[in-house]
Design a protein. Structure first.
Length: 566
């Protein structure tokens, strides 16, 4: 502690690079600071520090660490408290560039596995980014002293050292409840569960916080189930959606897409008070949409699209600029290749000619002249041949009544089970469609990504960097992920970028494994070694990373314009 103080006084007023001399470890009262990376310029990326707190000073009970789920929730709670304390301190230290900046990878509404806070056997590690103070490009030692000896201690005092055990206990209990709901879902073959009283709408298009004046969710009687949860006296009631084909219908602005959006995010767990904390969806559910202009590399979309003009093959379809229908067909096939067991589709973000071709159009344009086999003619085969379920928002075509196992109608943001009514309509208004008989094969798309796919070279250096939630720069190319709607946190994108670097450095693609096996291996590394395995300095500051799902990792690989596939 005194050593750091003396160093800061000695380098006060010197050129900014003199800050490099403070790299190292320093003991403070109740914690240790490890300076892992010191920036070389006040305008460069901030310095990286770790704060290590022994359990002796902030006890983390053994029962809070007894499962990975509990560990993640405890770390999440601490990260939120540190972020709140940082905001309260604001920018107390002044200077040029990033002077005085203190940042932690702040969680959003979802509870994700992160590297920001790590709960170890006998200690807690908090990873921060810090802008070391400067005047121009000279060290401001006094402000640096204030940063390390006044501001940081205050942040810790009002966050991790101020958290009551009861608060952490509540997070642990929520972890147990989420696990219990998922076990019940698996036991009963439910795709999703939406609790009564849930608040599904969000504040706005740019805020993922709950809309406070929204209509609370109320499950239809036919779908209402009860779940007995730990740490809760009354059973939790709500709507269960079973495996199969579920249709969500209703008029415009009555909540169809809002329900589907909640289900999309239900693959992640949410914090208490979010409104969606008891909205859970099958972990292998993938949102499918049309994505005009995306890169496609050697994907077998022949189950949906065949006999394209100019003899273009669809068993190994490749394009730099996919259309709406070819991109949506590709997204379906790629999701299944990556292991999806549930597809989530909204007609508003779909290609019309991919979703439906009614009987009259079939009669006019003969099947021999139409390369697209619409999704409606394949949806039952997905269910029966591949055990892939679908939850579909549809407001414009009653043809889907014929194939639906269940129909839920949203009316004034309230759901009603209208399955029987839909079946009556089918009987009274029959539609004759030309049947499709070819079976779907589970291995219709088994690709191997070749090593040249990961081209990180940019000039004399190798570079890969996440620039935003939906953008990764890799070498000389840009990977666009705007159509990957279940990517919810920029730290997930950073983790994917670091994973690309890791795969290239370790020669992972040289193993010649199919994509599905490759994803299995990546998940094992994350399970056994943690996200820090992919960080540039894994034994030091692991960066601000959050765990992505296998489907978002696959989506990134599939959208690389440098992809080479066997």
């Amino acid at each position: 502690m005194k050593k750091l103080q003396q160093l800061l006084r000695n380098i006060d007023g010197k050129g900014y690079k003199a800050y490099k001399s403070i790299q190292g470890r320093y003991s403070f009262h109740r914690y240790e600071i490890s300076m892992d990376y010191v920036q070389g310029d006040p305008f460069a990326s901030p310095s990286k520090i770790r704060i290590v707190i022994p359990d002796a000073y902030r006890p983390i009970k053994d029962e809070w660490k007894q499962s990975k789920q509990r560990n993640i929730y405890v770390a999440d709670h601490i990260a939120r408290s540190v972020a709140k304390a940082i905001q309260a301190e604001a920018k107390q230290s002044r200077g040029s560039g990033k002077s005085g900046l203190i940042h932690i990878d702040q969680p959003g509404q979802e509870i994700l596995e992160r590297t920001a806070v790590q709960i170890k056997k006998e200690k807690t590690i908090i990873c921060l980014s810090v802008g070391l103070p400067a005047n121009g490009r000279r060290i401001n030692g006094k402000e640096a002293e204030k940063l390390f000896f006044t501001i940081l201690p205050s942040i810790l005092k009002y966050s991790i050292f101020a958290i009551k055990d009861e608060e952490i206990e509540q997070s642990v209990q929520l972890a147990d409840q989420h696990i219990a709901i998922r076990e019940k879902m698996k036991e009963n073959n439910w795709l999703a569960f939406v609790a009564d009283g849930a608040i599904l709408p969000r504040e706005s298009g740019v805020s993922n916080r709950p809309l406070r004046k929204a209509v609370p969710f109320e499950s239809p009687q036919e779908n209402r189930v009860e779940i007995k949860l730990p740490h809760r006296e009354e059973p939790l009631t709500g709507m269960a959606i079973k495996k199969g084909i579920s249709l969500i219908v209703g008029g415009g602005y009555h909540g169809k897409s809002t329900l589907l959006q909640a289900l999309e995010r239900g693959v992640y767990h949410h914090i208490r008070g979010d409104g969606r904390e008891y909205v859970l969806t099958n972990l292998d559910a993938v949102k499918i949409r049309a994505e005009d202009g995306r890169q496609v590399t050697s994907v077998n979309i022949s189950a949906f699209i065949n006999d394209l003009p100019h003899g273009q093959a669809t068993t190994k379809f490749t394009t730099e600029n996919a259309s709406g229908s070819t991109s949506q067909a590709t997204n379906v096939v790629e999701a299944i290749e990556a292991g999806a067991t549930t597809l989530l589709i909204d007609e508003d973000t779909s290609a019309t000619n991919f979703m439906i071709r009614d009987a009259r159009m079939q009669a006019l344009v003969h099947q021999d002249k139409e390369p697209i086999t619409p999704f409606i003619d394949k949806i039952k085969q997905l269910r029966d041949d591949l055990e892939v379920s679908t939850i579909l928002v549809m407001g414009g075509s009653g043809d889907y009544f014929d194939v639906a196992d269940e129909v839920i109608m949203m009316d004034q943001y309230k759901p009603f089970n209208v399955t029987d009514k839909a079946r009556e309509i089918v009987e009274h208004h029959p539609v004759s469609r030309q049947p499709v008989t070819e079976k779907l094969a589970s291995d219709m798309n088994q690709r191997i990504f070749l090593p040249p796919s990961l081209n990180l070279q940019k000039g004399k250096k190798k570079k890969v960097q996440a620039k935003s939630l939906y953008t990764i720069l890799m070498g000389m190319t840009t990977i666009q992920l705007q159509g990957v709607e279940q990517l919810v946190d920029a730290s997930q994108t950073r983790a994917i970028a670091e994973l690309l670097r890791y795969m290239e450095a370790k020669g992972i693609l040289k193993q010649g494994k199919p994509l599905s096996s490759l994803l299995d291996d990546i998940e094992k590394i994350m399970d056994n070694e943690g996200l820090q395995a992919f960080a540039p300095f894994p034994n030091q500051h692991p960066g601000d990373l959050a765990r992505p799902r296998r489907f978002e990792i696959a989506a990134c690989l599939n959208r690389m314009r440098t992809a080479k596939v066997q």
